[in-house]
Design a protein. Structure first.
Lengths: 114, 115
């Protein structure tokens, strides 16, 4: 069994300040982990993925995430927030099996204050 | 690449009517997924195809829902008859491989409203 917990339903930061979106997971396997972003009225877009290579993963738009097995975490960060980063972010864990074995977190709504 | 294409983008229909949602996956992708997104339940996987064959339809809520993939470039999700509780955003996604490490490419979604 696997699960994913996004620790914050809403995060609000000022433009130009760092972003931290937290995700913890549990998995019986060596998991693959993903972050997706969903802008209003849009589909989900893959930001980055971890699949047992380097533990620090760089994604699009300046985002990165670090896989920490000891903490079962995969937090998403960005050094400096931009207004265009305002969106819903989903952390996703896979069970290493078929592509239907993805478990989505409930999402974190990122608000950027001007 | 045009990405995953879905049509229509918006659909408003009356209870009891048939609704057909359409999806064109990314060329070369051999896995296709239908998801439903609501505020109450978040993202739910409805059905998953691999090489045009339905692999897992355990998420299809009722017999009113059916999905087909007649070829590698087209899939439909049909609801007959539709009910107000079917109102949601329906996403189609495709993936290059059958394994879960590939990641999904989502379409823009179809916003369905059943009155």
């Amino acid at each position: 069994a696997q699960s994913v917990t996004q620790l914050d339903s809403h995060v609000s930061v000022s433009e130009g300040t760092p972003v931290l979106l937290r995700c913890n997971y549990s998995s019986s396997y060596s998991p693959s982990l993903f972050w997706y972003v969903q802008h209003p009225n849009k589909g989900l877009q893959l930001l980055l993925k971890y699949t047992s290579a380097a533990t620090l993963v760089k994604g699009i738009n300046g985002f990165e995430a670090e896989f920490k097995k000891s903490e079962t975490s995969f937090h998403l960060t960005k050094p400096s927030a931009h207004m265009s980063d305002a969106a819903e972010y989903f952390c996703v864990v896979s069970d290493g099996g078929g592509a239907d074995g993805l478990t989505f977190g409930k999402g974190t709504h990122l608000i950027i204050q001007p | 690449d045009a990405g995953v294409i879905q049509s229509p983008r918006h659909e408003v229909t009356e209870m009891g009517q048939e609704v057909t949602l359409r999806c064109k996956p990314i060329s070369g992708h051999n896995s296709l997924f239908w998801y439903r997104q609501t505020m109450m339940r978040g993202l739910e996987l409805l059905i998953y195809f691999n090489n045009n064959v339905p692999i897992d339809d355990s998420g299809m809520p009722e017999d009113r829902f059916s999905a087909k993939m007649p070829n590698a470039s087209f899939s439909t999700l049909k609801i007959q008859p539709s009910e107000p509780r079917d109102s949601a955003v329906y996403f189609c996604a495709s993936s290059l491989g059958a394994g879960s490490g590939w990641g999904l490419h989502f379409g823009p979604g179809t916003r369905l409203t059943v009155t």
